[in-house]
Design a protein around this ligand. Sequence first.
Ligand code: BG6
Length: 481
Amino acid sequence: MTPRSVPVDEFDLVVFGGTGDLSRRKILPALYKRFCAGQMPGQSRLIGAARSDMGRAAYQAFVREALEEFANVDGSTQLDGFLDRLDYVTLDARGDTGWADLAKKMVPGRVRAFYFSVGPSLFGDLAQGLQKWNLSDDQSRIVVEKPFGHDLETARALNRELACHFDERQIYRIDHYLGKETVQNLMAVRFGNMLFEPLWNSQYIDHIQITVAETVGVGGRGAYYERAGAMRDMMQNHMMQLLCLIAMEPPAKFEPDSVRDEKLKVIRALDPVEPHHIQRGQYTASDGVLSFREDVENARSKTESFIALKCHISNWRWAGTPFYLRTGKRLATRSSEITVVFKDAPHSIFGPEAGRHNNELTIQLQPDEGITLDVTIKEPGPGGMRLIDVPLDMSFAEALGPEADSPDAYERLIIDVIRGNQTLFMRNDEVEAAWAWTDPIIQGWEARGDVPKPYDAFTTGPDGALQMVRRDGRDWRGIRR
Ligand code: BG6
């Protein structure tokens, strides 16, 4: 198999917040890798824009350092070539400084993309500045990062503000989970195989679990996280997107609005969540790490670093099938997976002594991407018909070799912006629908003064999350170590 890089047009990518953390860790390394893959054609450039007063050479040195830290550039012969494609402008989003300089740097005829790698409070100023200084035309694109709002009201206000200056087809709202290769694979597995789709409904599926477990805490992002919590930071966006992809109807085409229409229908069909179907947790100090409350510097914090919930999608396909979602920080291991648990066979011809067996399909999103299907077979040996479940295990790394080394989500997403493909980006109505589902849950906690339950760091979260599933006669798949 040969990696294929589809050619893109010559472009100028302006990164507002070009000296920020996201730029250093994600955007610059991603573009550097695309440069190495030949996807910065002609004289395509990245122009950093930020308040820091520095010139082009200083920015190049800054980027070199970032790449040394976050991209594997050891011995690279391409690094200088990439640095040569960089430029920088000192710019004040809210004032006049730098805009005219930036305008002078833009080359007519190239694709123009403006990446707002800044806090949402500057989105409106930047959108306005681009128009005021004639930097954008109707082919230009803007890219905005999460968090897209803090609740429905603020998300709507942001959407309205951006809509004053740009068409929806020009706005790329990033949810980096959609750029992950394995997340896209969810669609390939579901809609590329005849095997699964006929069984993909409440008649054959007992329940679905989605787990995104992290070992990291919130240290360093305490102030943001204290206001967000796991619900806003992960559930409203990444988890919701995974849920959509696993539950949506087949879109007619793999095209932006076909896919996004189907995702939107899932979110809109979500029932409100009962308070006793939610478990929140907060990690405590252990194993040499600080507690959540120490990390966010608030000894009385009521913010959750863990959340597990059970939800239902009220539509023809999923009526009666629970979806269990959980995500948290400082858990036993870093592992994101989706497990589809099929129902038992309706009748066992082997009698009660053969036990109860069912199939489970697990899609491991990260790390060690792969798919496992548990299949029931006869236990080898004499002694009658005893059944056991064995995994049909496919690790992508083993099956695909070096091809399995998938590009970082940001590489895929940035190139999609340049290509003008919005399939993997969230539409305004999708984001608002997700907030409309999330808001009442958070308001309920606030009204009740709900306090998350403590859990030891590097475990599976609070006991309540286990109990919630056990009460239904089910169990979480273990968070793999
Ligand atoms: C971000 C969240 O969007 O996603 C972080 O703000 C979280 O809190 C991160 O750690 C997880 O992303 P990934 O790609 O490491 O699974």
